[in-house]
Design a protein around this ligand. Structure first.
Ligand SMILES: [Fe+2]
Ligand SMILES: [Fe+2]
Length: 145
């Protein structure tokens, strides 16, 4: 699986969200490494990292979108929910398998999905919030993080 690298095209120029995106990109790369090394612990970790991303990053991003009155918030939440559904389905299939061979096959499909989803989501769904982030400056300082 090709290594994903961060591109300027993906940047929101807003480090609190950019850093979370970069960290998740690294998680996907670590999972690819795990697949190459046939390291089941790294694949288990990948699923945990996905759930952490959902819990921390999705809620962070949705919270910001709400505060800046982002007009596409509802559609964005739906796209996040669809990701949760997809990753849960991969996880279930993975957990059901006992043998390493089929487990790695599912891991490979999951990583392929994650790579395509991540690039597509950041560029076509997250990036459009960039011009609205300027609104954060007009919020009371306490909320401006
Ligand atoms: Fe998003
Ligand atoms: Fe995001």
């Amino acid at each position: 699986m090709a290594v994903l690298s961060w591109r300027e095209q993906m940047s929101l120029n807003y480090p609190p969200l950019d850093d979370e995106h970069k960290a998740f990109l690294e998680e996907i790369n670590k999972a690819s490494e795990g697949l190459r090394e046939r390291d089941i612990a790294k694949i288990d970790h990948m699923f945990e990292a996905c759930y952490d991303y959902v819990r921390n990053h999705f809620s962070h991003e949705e919270d910001i979108m709400e505060r800046i009155n982002y007009p596409e918030l509802e559609e964005h939440i739906v796209s996040h929910q669809l990701f949760i559904k997809n990753i849960s389905s991969f996880r279930q299939k993975y957990e059901k398998m006992v043998d390493r061979g089929p487990k790695f096959e599912i891991a490979q499909k999951t990583i392929a999905f994650l790579s395509v989803w991540f690039l597509g989501h950041v560029i076509s769904r997250d990036k459009p919030i960039k011009p609205y982030l300027v609104r954060l400056r007009h919020l009371p300082p306490r909320m401006n993080y």
